[in-house]
Every structure is written in structure tokens, then in C-alpha cells.
Design a protein around this ligand. Sequence first.
Ligand code: F0G
Length: 385
Amino acid sequence: NPLDFSGVWRFRDLLPFPKDSDIVTIGEGQTILQQNDRLAKHVGMDAGRLFLQYEGLNPSGSFKDNGMTAASTHARMVGAKMTACASTGNTSASLAIYAGVSGLFQCVVFVGSGKIAYGKLSQALDYGATTLQIKGDFDDALARVREVCAEHPIYLCNSVNPFRLEGQKTIMFRVLEGLGWEVPDWIVVPGGNLGNSSAFGKAFMELKKLGLIDRIPRLAIINAAGAGTLDDLVNNKDLQWNDGRNDADIIRSYYASMDADDRRASTLASAIEINRPVNLVKALRALTICDGVVRSVVDQQIVDARALIAANGFGCEPASGATIAGLQQLREEGVIAASDRVACVLTGHQLKDPDLTVAYHTGDPEKQAEKLHPAGVHLTPHANS
Ligand code: F0G
């Protein structure tokens, strides 16, 4: 059965899809948890305690395929003819490959101006997505695509789509599988739109309810410092979450102050350059479920960590580097102990953003930031558009 080869659908008993669904799959999720003692040593952890879940090995080169197979399956169930997403790059590459391979729907992707790594942009164009550049950043592009999908019969595939998150739960199922269903002490994941963080929290809550695990690991969500909404909100003691106002009010006033200062996300880890994560509230819930922590790391930490991971045999993109940078920070703080068992999610492949890698090895990445992400990627219209 081809579904047995999908790292998502072999867990279909744990996913809310009818038994007779026509699954849209391209063999995603064939990723495994790998122990890396050399990297463990570099970050001050004991041998045998650090594991990497390398999701860059998915068909489109990022973890997004875990979710997109589920969203595409649901799009097929409801008879969608057109799908869309906003993206910092990987979501668009993933949606485009599912649309292209299945031939079931047309696909439109919205990207912000100039902030998408070329590896990802080239995938969307190559797989045949109609690619629209929106004036503004990812947050603007997402707001726009949500409006468009509300007005037209277009199926939205961003992580506001709950079916996408269902597929992303399986990343944690595979982590547990890799550990013989022994629960690790920590899961470390980069936080952008916070879809993974939310999906992981839900996965562990459900597994515990089902009695498949006896405890829930702690979750560490790592923001880029230039895109640290969650970090700000969670670690800002002045906000007084429990003073009687509800979370929505706190978030609303935080966003209003962001608007007042015209504060925009800015990081070299373009995948997570997001200031208004759509899954913020779900991620807060995941943090409660998983007794989680949030940290942010600056670009220099991110690019250094990315290079360190690569030097230990795992090529990944900058956003994934945030994971190990965050782990290093939490080790230094003593929040994570050397003997803790830690699973880090490497979310995207090294070849997604080769410009940054070359710039890193040949000069100061901060100085080269402008060169790496020139304002205004000029797209020529696709034949479909
Ligand atoms: N890592 C990579 C490589 C990503 O592409 C993303 C998100 C994240 C981490 C953050 O994950 O949103 O679940 O917190 N990329 C989206 C995109 C936003 O459009 O490709 P999250």
C-alpha cells in the first residue's frame, strides 16, 4: 500500500480523515530521527542525548509537506479547483508541488516583496504556481490572501487551515517512533507562524489522552530576535496575562503598539520573518500543554548555528539554525540540562537559501544582508497568470 510509505499517512489512525478518503500523497515524511553526538558535544550536551529530526528531506525540501498532503487531501474532499497560500517560500514550494503532481487544482501563491530565498521561489515557479508578489511583507501577503480566499472559492493552505496542522502532528509521531516511544525531555522548534508549535502541542495532548504516552515533553519555541512577537508576549512580565483581561485583548493591544511604531519583522532567517503569527493563540495553548519556554536568538547566532549543524553533517536553512542557537542559549541558562534528552526539528533544507551560505563563508553576513535579499524580487508573470 503506497500510503504505508508516507510518514504522514502510516499514522492515519491518529488523523481525522475518513477511512475512504482519496489521499493526495507524494511520499512525504520519510524522515527519521538521528542521533548526533558530535553536535551534542559542541552545545555542551552528553553523548546520546541530542537528536535531530531532519525535515529538509521531504519532497519539496521542508517540513511543510507533512501538512500540505493533509490540506491537499481535504481540498480534494471538498472539490476545490483552486488553492492558494501566502508564503515566506517553503509553503509556496510545498503547495505548488502538490498542485503540480496531483493535477487536481490550480495554485496561486502570494509572496512579500524581496524577502523570499531564491531556492524556494524557483520551486514555486518551476512547479507551475501562479506567483504574485505583494507589496509589503509576509504578514501583508497573508492578510491579502485571506481576503481573497474569503471572497472567492479558493482553498486556503496556510497554517490557519486546521487540516494542515493535523499532518504536521506526525513529525512528533516520528520523533517518538525514533525513540522507541520513549518521551524525550525537550522538543526544540523554530517559531514563525507557529503552526508546528501548535500542531506539536495538539499531538502530545492527544497521545497522552489516548494513553500512548505517559508524559508530555517540554517545548522550546525559538524566535528570531527580529521577529519575536511570541517571545515578547510570553516573556514580558509587564503584560500580566492573568490580571483578568483575556488573551485576545493583550494580543490586540500588542499589535496596536506594533502598528503605532510601524514595527516590521526583520531577520536573515527569512522563513520566520513574521510579526503576526496566525497560530499565536494555539501556540500559547501548546506552551501550557507542554510547560514550554520561548527564546529569541539574533541573526549572528542563527547563521553560526546553521553553519555548525552543517559542519556536523546536516545541511539546513537559517530558520532551522535558530533551533540549535536556541538550544545553546537554553543550555547556557541551565534550563536544558546536559543529560536531558532533546529532539530538535530541522525544518528546511540547506539548498533552500544557498546565497546566504555562500555569503556566510565568504564574508560578514550582516554586511551582506542587503545583497542577499534585495528589496524587490522582480517576477515575470507565469503563463497561467
Ligand atoms: N522553518 C522553516 C524552514 C519555515 O519555512 C517556516 C515557516 C518555519 C520554520 C516556521 O514554522 O510557521 O510552523 O512556526 N515558513 C512559512 C512559509 C511561514 O511560508 O513557508 P511555523
